[in-house]
Design a protein around this ligand. Structure first.
Ligand code: NAD
Ligand code: MG
Length: 285
């Protein structure tokens, strides 16, 4: 099999779907639901694009109403995800907010819960990375703030606020990464947040078990989303995903099934504190 390549391209963060070549596959034409999340109410951070959009489409087709949090600059992507959720006959609540600001993160959960009339599933999917080209010396405090606040602080704030509403039978799914297991040098700070997310996932699962709330994570490998052209140099984008055993990048649609599996009581009632890899063959243990 010849290695897949992408056209060299670059965006500024957070990046938009409409500028990507080729356009990612979020399961628009392929995802078929089976009522695995019927009547559930889900909050998906970063649900405007990429993996979050694919999860929003899948959840809606499984019968869930969905709220998505995104940055105000991403309104065009959020509008498109909303249209896809509504096309599935479900409600979509749009919540623009900067999750690196505590008040906005907590306010976003309140807005989502008000709009949905409650909450059953939380997907902590928002994330930020920036490939630093040289060494650890190049990482500024500003870089650390953005990466750690988006990937970790926000996860704590959103989870704390959501737990005021989640009840027995609810579930939390965090977004980890292959970077937690096989860190790349240019993603030093980002990779460390994903290892921390794995640790939080198993620990929180133990704490919340007595409340009947399951906590798990999905660890994607290289997935074709706006995050990549927005944060990797163009020459890396060209070969993105070709170093996996399957020899290609994955599409957001191929990751969404894992989130549905972990979120649903039908399929994962005895699954908590685990990390499910969707990596094109890279090891997650
Ligand atoms: P994406 O850019 O489509 O999604 C990331 C989203 O995070 C953005 O759409 C944005 O809405 C949100 N976000 C970022 N900063 C925010 C902030 N300050 N406030 C509010 N929202 C903010 O890219 P994606 O690849 O789908 O990323 C989703 C998750 O998947 C991230 O946690 C990422 O780390 C993880 N992941 C991605 C890959 C990959 O190869 N694409 C691999 C492993 C893990
Ligand atoms: Mg986006």
């Amino acid at each position: 099999m010849s290695a897949q390549t992408f056209p060299a391209q670059q965006q500024t963060p957070p990046g938009l779907t409409g500028e990507m070549r080729p356009r990612p596959d979020h399961g628009e034409d392929s995802y078929v639901g089976a009522s695995r999340l019927e009547g559930r109410r889900a909050l998906i951070t970063g649900g405007d694009s990429g993996i979050g959009r694919a999860v929003a489409i899948a959840f809606a087709r499984e019968g869930a109403d969905v709220a998505i949090v995104y940055l105000p600059d991403e309104q065009p992507d959020a509008d498109e995800t909303c249209r896809l959720v509504e096309d599935a006959g479900r409600r979509c609540v749009l919540v623009p907010a900067d999750l690196t600001v505590e008040d906005e993160a907590r306010g976003a959960v309140r807005t989502a819960v008000d709009g949905l009339g409650g909450l059953d599933v939380l997907v902590n999917n928002a994330g930020f990375q920036m490939a630093r080209r040289e060494s650890v010396a190049d990482i500024t405090s500003e870089d650390l703030d953005r990466t750690f606040k988006t990937n970790l602080y926000a996860l704590f704030w959103v989870t704390q606020s959501a737990l005021e509403h989640l009840k027995d039978g609810s579930s939390i799914v965090n977004c980890s990464s292959i970077q937690a297991y096989q860190p790349s040098e240019p993603l030093l700070d980002y990779a460390s947040t994903k290892a921390a997310i794995n640790n939080v996932t198993v620990n929180l699962a133990a704490e919340l078990a007595e409340r009947g709330i399951r906590v798990n994570a999905v660890a994607p490998g290289p997935i074709w989303t706006p995050l990549q052209p927005a944060t990797q140099p163009p020459e890396k984008v060209e070969k993105f995903g070709s170093d996996t055993p399957l020899g290609r990048a994955g599409q957001p649609a191929e990751v969404a099934h894992a989130f549905v599996f972990l979120a649903s009581e039908q399929t994962a009632s005895y699954v908590s504190g685990t990390v499910l890899g969707v990596t094109g063959g890279k090891p997650v243990f």
